[in-house]
Design a protein around this ligand. Structure first.
Ligand code: C2O
Ligand code: CU
Ligand code: CU
Length: 474
């Protein structure tokens, strides 16, 4: 599946400290100017009755590159999909209707969700074409499925996205992703910046064909018959346009006050090392799974696919009229803020954000080795096989999971929340960027539900090419 030469060449480059992940896919049209269009915020999902939502997956056309339109596949025909803005413990039932050609599975990333609503890759909602390749063991729902989200978990920035077996990469790339925010009383009491001073920012990259359509190196562009990408993109698909909430290199006017930025890397394979230009720092208040115990000042934030960072930026540190660029030290600019005027700021960033949440004594240790093996992306030497379970942690316990790798693998665990041991990351997380030839240990706790869940690499091309494994919470 991968040319040995291409892969080894990449490892050599990575070894020299240059960070690349896959080949960059060049667009076939002139790239749009930077900072020319305003940031757009996704609309908020509205219930049809209390706690009930209906979302229709359908194609739509969007003007992403000025002067041309792009077909997207979106939740309610939008990209990003509607933002769910809900409170802890307020259960939601989301009916997904599939009006696409392809089957889908919807996963709430970071959610403590019963297994049958977790978006298992072969638990599919069928669209207008019945899948040819679906073998035994697939569950097929005709057009709709109700996903139940109890949301009994602390305030956090979650996101939802497609999780179809073998095709997650191209289907997320087409637009099947959105924010899912959980709020709670504890967070609300803090007095953090809120309202229009709270910005969810979905950062991702894409490439465009000359006709404006998304460029993706799928072996089968219909995504119906055959999965996979052209061999030179096996390491992951990286585009040459960086977008925030679906707008290429947008700008946003801000007042000279504190803002809360909920950063999400929704890219298939690209990592960012975010910094502010001309200077300044981020105050990190939250991680994947919610608030940190106390705020942390960071000059840069390295964010891998699937990760979230919740940060405060105080634009009062910059003179009115200045431009503050959110830039990526690994690849170029992302977006720009323009400080327009002074304003009153009643927000606070308290020194203590949440109660200490110590890690329990682990009851087991397991090692998972993420590497390329015989042309496939594997975990402990095996490509993904639905139903083959690699671990059976007990509900309510903590285990040490040790991830080893040969490459950059952003490892994500469903259901469990973990603390990364011996590295700079703070707080509870669900995704950790395991670096080439690194071994990372996490203390992962399984709460919520028994059942079949999964872990996988969140480089979506690796995921689609089998770097995934099931585990059973018992
Ligand atoms: Cu965000 Cu299993 O994925
Ligand atoms: Cu997930
Ligand atoms: Cu990977």
């Amino acid at each position: 599946m991968i040319s040995r030469r291409g892969f080894l060449g990449l490892l050599l480059v990575a070894g020299c400290g240059v960070e690349v992940s896959g080949e960059r896919l060049a667009s076939g049209l002139p790239l749009p100017p930077k900072f020319a269009r305003p940031l757009v915020l996704p609309k908020t999902a509205q219930p049809t009755s209390p706690g009930r939502y209906v979302v229709t997956q359908r194609p739509a056309r969007m003007e992403i590159i000025p002067g041309t339109t792009t077909e997207i596949w979106g939740y309610d025909g939008t990209w990003p999909g509607p933002t769910f803005d809900l409170r802890r413990g307020e259960a939601a039932v989301v009916t997904i209707r599939n009006e696409l050609t392809v089957p889908t599975s919807t996963h709430l990333h970071g959610g403590v969700t019963p297994a049958d609503s977790d978006g298992y890759p072969t638990d599919l909602v069928v669209g207008s074409v019945r899948p040819q390749h679906a073998h035994g063991g697939y569950t097929l729902h005709d057009r709709t499925k109700d996903y139940v989200y109890p949301l009994d978990q602390p305030a956090a920035t979650l996101w939802y996205h497609d999780h179809r077996m073998d095709f997650t990469g191209p289907q997320v790339y087409k637009g099947l992703a959105g924010f899912f925010l959980i709020r709670d009383d504890e967070e609300e009491k803090l007095g953090l910046p809120a309202g229009d001073r709270e910005l969810p920012l979905m950062i991702c990259d894409r490439s465009f064909e000359a006709d404006g359509s998304f460029g993706y190196p799928a072996l089968d562009p219909t995504l119906l018959l055959r999965h996979g990408v052209r061999p030179e993109f096996m390491e992951g698909v990286v585009g040459d346009v960086v977008l925030v909430n679906g707008v290429p290199w947008p700008y946003r006017e801000v007042e000279a006050v504190r803002y809360r930025l909920r950063l999400l890397n929704a890219s298939n394979a690209r990592r960012y090392r975010l910094a502010l230009r001309p200077g300044g720092s981020f105050t990190q208040i939250g991680s994947d799974q919610g608030l940190l115990e106390r705020p942390l000042t960071r000059d840069t934030i390295t964010i891998a696919p699937g990760e979230r960072y919740d940060v405060i930026v105080d634009f009062a540190d910059y003179p009115v009229g200045s431009h503050v660029t959110l830039t990526d030290l690994l690849g170029g600019d992302v977006m720009r803020f323009t400080v327009t005027r002074k304003a009153r700021d009643d927000s606070r960033v308290p020194a203590r954000l949440t109660n200490p949440q110590p890690v329990d004594d682990p009851v087991a240790r397991r090692t998972f080795d993420f590497r390329v093996d015989d042309g496939a992306w594997t975990i402990n030497g095996n490509p993904y096989l639905p139903g083959r379970s690699v671990a059976a942690p007990r509900l309510g316990t903590t285990e040490i999971w040790r991830f080893a790798s040969d490459f950059h693998h952003p490892v994500h665990v469903h259901l469990g929340r973990f603390k990364v041991l011996g590295r700079e990351e703070q707080g509870w997380k669900d995704t950790v960027d395991v670096r080439p030839y690194e071994t990372v240990e996490v203390a992962v706790r399984f709460d919520g539900y028994r059942g079949r869940y999964m872990m996988h690499c969140h480089n979506l091309e690796h995921e689609d090419m089998a770097m995934m494994a099931d585990f059973d919470v018992v």
